[in-house]
Design a binder for this molecule. Sequence first.
Ligand code: HEM
Length: 443
Amino acid sequence: MSRQAAIAATVCAPPAVRSCQPCCNSALFVFQDHGNRGTMSLTSVTFDEAYFRDPHDFYRQIHDDGPVHRFETPSGVHGWLITGDPMARKVLTDPRIGKGRDTMLGVSSDDASAGFRQRLLRYGTEWMVTHMLGSDPPDHTRLRRAVADFFTPRAVAAMEPRIHALATGLIDSMDSAEPVDLVAALACPLPVAVICEITGIDSRHQQRIERSSAILSDVTVAEARQLRGASIDFARLILPYFAARRVRPKSDLITALTQQISTGEVNLKEALSTVALLLIAGHETTSNLILGTVLSLLRSPEETDRVLTEPDRLDAILDEALRADPPLPVATLRQAHTDLIIAGQRIRRGELLMVSLLAANQDPESTTDPDRFDPDRPARHLSFGTGIHYCLGARLARAEATAAISTLLHRYPHMQLATAPTELRWRRSLFFRRLEALPVRLT
Ligand code: HEM
């Protein structure tokens, strides 16, 4: 199917056609209100393989109609989708827009009738979102400060030799005689191992973390029952570490949180939620960055040659890979704390806002020739977010990607894709963009 066909043609229809079947979790609907025509046009996108291979076309098309659009996902999450760069920055930094108790679950706190929220709460997932990314100040400030020391420039610099050793170990164990899947062999295990060491969780739980995190990372596509299973599994995994560190403290992040629980700075629910956030945020996105950058280099052998002779070039390539295909294509959901007018649209208090970082990075108003992969352009992307929720792990993610990619390229400079580019598949998630597999021939 062509990309154009994947984006269904705009259909003029009254709002009544908005109905989404709860069983179909494969489409996002974007409504564009052409009020003076008395009708609402409906652009719908099907989340099929073509969409995940290239969501850029979809966003480009809707952004042509303006930076603010209504959206609704079939799981019932609805609100406003923001696509332009200046508008995305405004929304992410406006103190009148922030988090409500259930915003991360895709529900406005003013939306009492939300069936989706009822389902999620019944399935006991709420503890998962009482962390910094689900909070406004002053809670946000307190919860971010509770773990910030583990992600300072100095802390990351101190970890770099260990990150290199972990990357080298994984690359050493690759069998160069066979095609290697870089997702399973490097891009997933490295960030999981690093975040396990920081938090203090045993990395033998790697596959369990990957499995549950894949479900928990996207409330718009996961089934409530699956969310419950994954949430219970995470709690069962993390909770015993708090008990163990109370008795026998170490120098890890869970020990630091245990001490803050005893002084009343954070409570156990917040501490559990923070560790879950770090386990998920600490690896899903970084895996995407490693894979996306390797794929860009495989497509551009001249850039690979430059990285081998000019190691600093990798920094610019990482930024361009982040801009071109952000690992987190949309920021986590926000809600309006008051009635607002954004780009002429009236947004009511309590309504949800979803900012497309991917669309903002491609906005032709702020990025010249956005489809061209150009590491020489100024790094001005939104892929780590902006404002108070700017990514806490940005520096760590860069250190991991640098260690993984530079070690791999120096060991295997002639590495090639071991499948046709059209065979590559992306995971079906609105929030995390990641290849299912990246098979390469190393030699
Ligand atoms: C390439 C890798 C990464 C990307 C692209 C990325 C992207 C982002 C983005 C866009 C946000 C803001 C979300 C929003 O405003 O809704 C964010 C927040 C966050 N990220 Fe990352 N992230 C990455 C790696 C990491 C790593 C390695 C960690 C930790 C180990 C991490 C921890 C966090 C945390 C804790 C927040 C919430 C900050 C707050 O609420 O104050 N991230 N990240």
